[in-house]
Design a protein around this ligand. Structure first.
Ligand SMILES: Nc1ncnc2c1ncn2[C@@H]1O[C@H](COP(=O)(O)OP(=O)(O)OP(=O)(O)O)[C@@H](O)[C@H]1O
Length: 270
């Protein structure tokens, strides 16, 4: 058979197609399984998170969000399964988990070994707006201050992966909005990969580059959030919101209700 001759156009030689340099993911799981007795909580899950990417994870209660986060934190055994994560990981939980017998700066410095430990803790606490509470006892902190301290403790280690397990769920709505700004500023400054577990669809859309929905032990849906930050609850936001609520099996509320949910402090504008 005569092979067809491939004619190269002249400009092919001078304008080669750009070659995308592949970036190794910060997090990679392929077909990951986690089972408790007969309960297969994570069932062949594939997940990849790029360095510096901010990912939010939604899912019904019991869908395995915390199990996945604990796996990535290295808190649970993974057997011989392939789990790629950065070496340095840090977790912030819903409760700050500060040691009450250590002053705030010592909580942040916990586990730091090199020189200048106090100075590093101080710098981290200044970053979260608590430079004036270095010598305070944890019992004297407000809920928001305690979570700021937990964030400082996480970031002082310069983690490649920051795991956030509903860190704002126990805070009042106004404090939560302030924490969103703080987290975005810290993320911009340090650029770790982030996995935020949350029940709050608005929080996920407000913060993340990508929102995943976990269902039956797998990623059931994914939304790339291509909205510029800071994100207002505009029509594009609401469209993504409706889609995500649909994936979660929740009927989207009417627009005026959506605005009240997005801005419970009364700042909503429709
Ligand atoms: N150590 C354990 N032993 C046995 N079962 C467990 C264990 N940890 C979690 N599970 C089970 O795994 C399932 C998923 O739990 P997980 O805490 O990961 O869910 P979740 O999506 O984070 O839920 P929520 O949103 O309510 O926090 C649940 O059925 C839970 O009972």
């Amino acid at each position: 058979m005569v092979q067809p001759r491939i004619r190269r156009r002249a400009f092919d030689a001078v304008t080669p197609a750009p070659i995308a340099t592949p970036v190794a993911p910060a997090v990679k799981l392929t077909g990951f399984v986690r089972q408790f007795g007969d309960n297969r909580v994570i069932d062949g899950l594939d997940l990849s998170i790029a360095p510096g990417e901010f990912v939010a994870l939604l899912g019904a209660s019991g869908s395995g969000k915390t199990t996945l986060l604990r796996t990535l934190a290295g808190l649970d055994p993974v057997g011989d399964q392939d789990v790629t994560t950065p070496d340095t990981r840090a977790v912030v939980f819903q409760d700050a988990r500060l040691l009450p017998w250590k002053k705030v700066w010592r909580n942040v410095a916990l586990g730091l070994k090199d020189k200048g430990v106090r100075a590093r803790a101080e710098a981290a606490l200044k970053e979260v707006g608590l430079g004036h509470r270095l010598d305070a006892w944890p019992s004297t902190l407000s809920g928001g201050e305690a979570q700021r301290t937990a964030l400082a403790r996480a970031l002082v280690r310069e983690p490649g992966l920051l795991l956030l397990d509903e860190p704002f769920a126990a805070l009042d709505a106004l404090t939560r909005l302030k924490m969103h700004d703080l987290v975005l500023n810290l993320w911009n400054e340090h650029k770790p990969a982030v996995l935020l577990v949350t029940h709050d669809v608005d929080e996920a859309i407000a913060l993340a580059d990508r929102v995943l929905v976990l269902n039956k032990g797998r990623i059931a849906a994914e939304e790339h959030i291509a909205l510029e930050r800071p994100r207002a609850p505009d029509a594009r936001f609401q469209t993504i919101r409706r889609r995500l609520l649909g994936h979660l099996g929740v009927e989207a509320p009417a627009p005026h209700e959506a605005a009240l949910i997005a801005f419970p402090t009364g700042e909503a504008v429709q």
